[in-house]
Design a protein around this ligand. Structure first.
Ligand code: DQQ
Length: 464
């Protein structure tokens, strides 16, 4: 479905990332692979591009790439959720899809079931968790995430302990309706990991357990990999999921092929007024498959199905890239493309890709690897002539091992730029240039010569 042509900023509206027909979207919710179809629910205001009157939007896909919009699934129409049907997950309860979500206000946990994935019935037992554990001074109590282990359902609820830090509270139940509180599975330190942990996901991956959460007020996503014994999670590795500055509240699920896949909310970094005029705000990230590296850190790669969008293909021969010179990837231009670059920086202190606006080359976003600093960054200081959009530099630590090449995968979709480096470092960004025409990639090196090993690009199709 496309926006009416009378709206401004249509050139910023993504074409192969998921977003609703109109209005506001934030967190992905209720992700499940059910009877051969992928279901994506999401926090949504269909009326306007502002975060008010939230409902659960709903879409379905057979391939994680092409989506069909379905009717709104949950609305705030009960005393226990009249101020909001907030984030939650979906489980398959013996063939019955069951949403476990937060009703507001105050924050309580509720369930809703469906026979056909189209109409939803809220359980008479709601709220199924009516209050936080007695005696705990909590800073929030929301975003239940549920899994099954033998005869029990387990849930973590995002929370925080006053003056202590973010926490996940662990519960168990036989029937999803009567819940027993166990204990905090992990408690963070307020100064380091925030005061309240939104949207936790907690699951086993190989021989480890993974927790990721979106801490208030950090506005980014932390993950921990560790062990889970006797209801206690012991982190062994801590990482950041995406340091681009607009990625939040991801939710993951396991599909029928056993893959762990997540979507994350990409928020706008333009003023609310621009979003309201455009008529929409919020995009879902590409679906990312999550796995574990031998060192125990998380790896992220866009799902293989996305290659169905590939059209024209460009392949450059291996070559040297001298300081001060540029290699323009001719054949890759426009609003929707993907590219892969394998680069040996050699003695070049810096190298990367400039994403240059084709109609106005002064609007450029730079993806820069700095050997000296051990960082990968996205520089938006010259991305747009619009004064009022965010212009910053976001960086993630990135050091290459001896002989290891830089492997960059870029996805450009109108105002979305997703950068994946060596599968473990993600920087997702929003860019809003003035004018139509799209972008073209220019490779560059500085302070030394780099070697381009493999450069490939594809023009991508729209999904609607
Ligand atoms: N968004 C939801 C909350 C959640 C927050 C409300 C995270 O349930 O904590 O829209 O973005």
């Amino acid at each position: 479905m496309s926006q009416p042509q009378t709206r401004p900023y249509t050139e910023h509206r993504p074409a192969y990332h998921f977003l609703p027909p109109a209005g506001w979207m934030n967190d992905p919710n209720g992700l499940i692979h059910f009877r051969g179809e992928y279901h994506l629910f999401y926090q949504h205001n269909p009326e306007s591009a502002v975060p008010r009157n939230i409902v659960w939007g709903h879409a379905v896909s057979k391939d994680l790439v092409h989506w069909k919009h379905l009717p709104i699934a949950l609305r705030p129409d009960k005393p226990y959720d009249k101020d909001g049907v907030w984030t939650g997950c979906m489980v398959d309860d013996g063939g019955v899809p069951t949403a476990v979500y937060t009703g507001v206000h105050p924050e309580v946990q509720c369930i809703a079931t469906s026979k056909d994935m189209m109409s939803w019935e809220k359980a008479p037992e709601n709220p199924v968790i009516a209050a936080p554990p007695p005696g705990l001074q909590v800073t929030g109590f929301r975003d239940p995430y549920v899994w099954r282990s033998r005869d029990w359902w387990y849930a973590v609820v995002g929370s925080g302990i006053q003056d202590v830090g973010g926490t996940i509270l662990l519960y168990r139940s036989r029937d999803l309706r009567r819940w027993e509180y166990l204990e905090p599975a992990l408690v963070g330190e307020k100064a380091k990991t925030g005061e309240m942990w939104e949207c936790p996901n907690f699951f086993q991956l190989g021989r480890k357990w993974v927790l990721w959460t979106s801490p208030v007020p950090l506005g980014r996503v932390l993950y921990f990999v560790g062990t889970f014994r006797n209801h206690r999670f012991t982190p062994e590795y801590q990482g950041e999921m995406d340091l681009g500055g607009c990625f939040y509240a991801p939710q993951g699920f396991r599909d029928a092929r056993g893959r762990r896949i997540l979507f994350g909310w990409l928020w706008e970094t333009r003023p609310e007024k621009m979003s309201v005029e455009a008529g929409w705000a919020g995009v879902q990230s590409l679906p990312r498959q999550v796995s574990l590296s031998p060192e125990g850190r998380l790896l992220f790669k866009p799902v293989a199905e996305l290659s169905r969008l590939r059209r024209e293909h460009v392949n450059l021969p291996a070559q040297l890239l001298r300081s001060g010179e540029e290699v323009v990837v001719k054949g890759i231009a426009g609003d929707c493309w993907e590219m892969f670059a394998e680069i040996h920086p050699q003695e070049a202190q810096k190298c990367g890709i400039r994403i240059v606006h084709t109609a106005d080359e002064a609007q450029v976003t730079t993806v820069l690897f700095s050997q000296a600093n051990g960082t990968l960054s996205v520089d938006r200081s010259h991305s747009s002539r619009y004064e009022e959009v965010a212009r910053d530099v976001r960086s993630a630590p990135l050091s290459l091992k001896d002989g290891e090449p830089l492997r960059l995968r870029l996805f450009v979709d109108h105002s979305v730029l997703e950068v994946y480096a060596n599968e473990h470092t993600c920087l997702t960004s929003r860019i809003y240039p003035q004018g139509t025409g799209g972008y073209q990639p220019h490779l560059f090196a500085e302070e030394g010569t780099a070697r381009l090993m493999r450069i490939e690009g594809w023009i991508l199709d729209a999904i609607w």
